[in-house]
Design a protein around this ligand. Sequence first.
Ligand code: NAD
Length: 250
Amino acid sequence: MTDLFALNGRNAIVTGGAQGIGEAIVLGLRDAGARVFICDVNPDTGRASAERHGVEFVAADVTDPDSVDAAFEHVVSAGGSVDVAVNNAGIVHNHPSEDLDPADWRRVMSVNLDGVFYSCRAAGKRMLAQGSGSIINTGSMSGHISNRPQPQSAYNAAKAGVIHLTKSLAGEWAARGVRVNSVSPGYVGTELTKRGLSNEEWRRTWIDGTPMNRVAEPGEIAPAVVFLASDASSYCTGTDLVVDGGYTVW
Ligand code: NAD
């Protein structure tokens, strides 16, 4: 059974893989046997992380489709194929919607939704040509519910978009050997949630709203991604796997 989860001989790229959830996913894929490329806009943390974990680094800004395409091409030139693409780069912005600056709305959409589309497109093009591949997008429980107490309408809307984009591409590409799924975490302790977790009101509300009564470690999200990357999920496409400590049951 464990062989089904093995990724030996496969090349994987993880956007936003320099730190946080992406970094844990990099470790999960590496440990399952894949050759892994961290792809990140921040070359300093990206390179340091790649060196630390014995994987490779390729720079890209997911908001720039040419840069994304070049990163995926790099993986194919280096490894011969791109078999697993984890489109995980994301940012958050908390601000009341009535005063939200359109530039902030656009910035969040640009990384969290446009960036996922550009990465899916770059992966899909190459995987369809190969006739195989698995794409995993990082969604969020925020694509299903609206978080509280922090206002973040752009983030929530972008993540709902990621989940539906995933289903749309799954339908388009299934018959040609490419699976597209998403993983939707609940609250996870990373740089992205650091400010919120240091705010006692926010932290309390987040934890009280989670049946398991705690936030996740990044390493608790990675196994869900390894499952969707591997043959263990051979009949899954268009699935959103929610990993949220039960947050969305209430
Ligand atoms: P993080 O801030 O720790 O890491 C995000 C990474 O993405 C960083 O390495 C950053 O450099 C990179 N990145 C940002 N903009 C980029 C760009 N334009 N191009 C390429 N890389 C870029 O955040 P995290 O908590 O690890 O979040 C990872 C993903 O998980 C995001 O999509 C986030 O929305 C999602 N998520 C996080 C949580 C949480 O509670 N932390 C919950 C649900 C979903």
